[in-house]
Design a binder for this molecule. Sequence first.
Ligand code: SF4
Ligand code: SF4
Length: 452
Amino acid sequence: MKGGEAHGPLARALAGEAEALDTCVHCGFCLPACPTYVRLGDEADSPRGRLHLMRAVAEGRLDPVSDAFQSHLDRCLGCRACEPVCPSGVPYGRLLEHARATAREARTPAPATRGFLRLFASSRRIRWVFGLGRLARDTGGARLLSRLLPRMGRLGALRRALLMVAGSAPWRPGVLGGNGTDAASEPSPPRPPPPEATGFATAGVLAGCVQGALYARVGRATAAVLEVHGVDVRPVPGQGCCGALHAHAGDLEGARVRARANIAAFERAGVDRMVVDAAGCGAAMKEYGHWLAHDPAWADRALRLSERTLDVHEAVAVWGPRRGAPLVGTVAYHPPCHLHNAQDVGDAPLRMLAAIPGLEVRRAQGPEECCGGAGIYGVTHPELGGAIGADRARALADTEARCVATGNPGCMMQIAAHLHEEGAAMDVAHPVELLAESYRRAGWIRTRPGGP
Ligand code: SF4
Ligand code: SF4
């Protein structure tokens, strides 16, 4: 990389990633995988183009306050679909975090992004706002109000947010019937293997912020399924937001504050593994070691937690998963980008669904395409995020499945909102909710985790 003085301390931190930036050989293999390039056709909205802009800022040839750097970085979904197809192994996600921090240092983010970051900075505010969201969802108010708002502009963003909140409603187990026996092939779950064989006996479950507020039922399903597999699930007091939304918005210091709090909470809980059922949060926690690598007091502790973090699909795959009672019907599986691309967890969710007798799993055309949710992107970029979301919803609806299964709250809400817009009568569930229902019908779990 050429010499030159980058503008500002965070731009100089980006310059410190020169070696990673230099791994790009400009081959362009990533272009067709990039949802923004495919839709906008602009090289600057491709991974290669964005890396070029990052390099120009790192070399001091481009001011990070420039519209070019700000707008093209802002339009990136952070889906990381460019990583698995890159023959040079460019760590795009890591570079994007530095680039976003540089952009934020140079220019104040848009009001909607600032508002979200303020909301996610306080667990009390999260409880209040998402408590209201739950009320609006459960009374039908969110959907009703969305009908009064236009599709575009600022009110269009509010409309999308309301539809997403409405879309977090529980799936209806009735859409997947039984086979008349409602029994597993075995009356009780087989004995779990000893902890020496699996490497862990105790686990904590990340409650998260959005996940904990709107999808607490998924956390209950995760704990119940782990217990069926012989894991001692323990509470983790003091845990909170994982920091992913802060990191994606360029607030790396805010992300580190949340990482330290979670590291301390999990150390106090003394569990062997941290299990996460929100793909975006799991991907962030696996980055804690990187986020805190330059903090001598926390670097080793962060790395330890990253190494002990497992997505729920990975955790259950360690033992099986065990086959439960039948759920007869069809589901369309959508892989969250932060599971498939960022954590390289591809097969484990399909194995989880395959453990449910009677369930036929279908894949949409372009099976790994992003849904356009990308954290807060679906709300902050209603037009581009909306176009990507609509394409994804149509592809999932074309499978004619009864239900969509996907393991990330952002994807669940974005897909549910767009299925509603498309008039598709499909429920949306986390794969672990489906497995928990199968185990409940088998009599291995007493209550329905998603029930009242
Ligand atoms: S595929 Fe990798 S090396 Fe090729 S242009 Fe894209 S980022 Fe660069
Ligand atoms: S993260 Fe996604 S949107 Fe951003 S450059 Fe990579 S593929 Fe394109």
